[in-house]
Design a binder for this molecule. Structure first.
Ligand code: TMP
Length: 213
């Protein structure tokens, strides 16, 4: 059976992890082998890079350029160590964020040159591209409210990425809209402001045709 690569995108609080586990359960129940991954991370090297990017107490001085390279270092490891072998053996790979996050956060958010961002992504992933990207769409206001409530429940786990200001997250949100508009075949917009079951049903509607269901 042919492998399938599905990525999930969206701003903080869009409900990606809940939806990934619901889709994974549904696919496993139908007999498919499913691998769930996250970026940055997903390999031992990638998880160390994730710590450096997000939680390390020594990461405050990180430049946008270093951030771009580290995101792609984690990604290239994940692609070669995990995603390609999984797809080659017919698995369904569900990834929490992939290269659209880099375009949205480092490109639109941090303001790095989009051509350079794209070149780094192309180098990191080569031919490995998602078959489908589910963009869980919520407004920047809803995202900010959910981010704040998460921060208040996890006060000990500092996250450098979440320390950016509101304008940064607005640019990221705009970036995602532009990415979705530019890639209508691959990127499917899912209204993630509705309840969990409705979002899950909308995701199944997009994913199931690719599975022969
Ligand atoms: P999350 O796993 O909680 O979504 O955290 C990942 C953070 O890293 C999130 O703030 C988005 C950010 N990110 C980027 O800025 N660029 C990227 O390429 C990826 C994969 C994530």
């Amino acid at each position: 059976m042919k492998g399938l690569f599905i990525t999930f995108e969206g701003t903080e609080g869009s409900g990606k992890s809940t939806q990934i586990s619901l889709l994974a359960d549904r696919l496993r129940a139908s007999g498919r082998t499913v691998r769930t991954l996250r970026e940055p991370g997903g390999t031992p090297i990638g998880e160390e890079i994730r710590h450096t990017l997000k939680h390390s107490k020594d990461n405050a001085a990180m430049t946008a350029e270093a951030e771009l390279l580290l995101m792609n270092a984690s990604r290239t490891q994940l692609v070669r160590e995990v995603i390609r072998p999984a797809l080659a053996s017919g698995e369904i790979v569900l990834c929490d964020r992939f290269y659209d996050s880099t375009t949205a956060y480092q490109g639109y958010g941090r303001g790095l040159d989009l051509k350079i961002v794209q070149a780094m992504i192309d180098f990191a992933v080569g031919e490995t591209r998602p078959d489908l990207t589910l963009f869980l769409n919520i407004s920047p206001k809803v995202s900010e409210a959910r981010r704040r409530s998460r921060q208040s429940t996890l006060p000990l786990l500092r996250d450098r990425m979440e320390e950016a200001d509101r304008h940064f997250f607005e640019r990221v949100a705009t970036g995602y809209q532009l990415i979705a508009a530019a890639n209508p075949q691959r990127v499917k917009l899912i209204d993630a402001t509705t309840d969990v079951e409705a979002v899950s049903a909308a995701i199944w509607k997009e994913a199931s045709p690719l599975l022969g269901h």
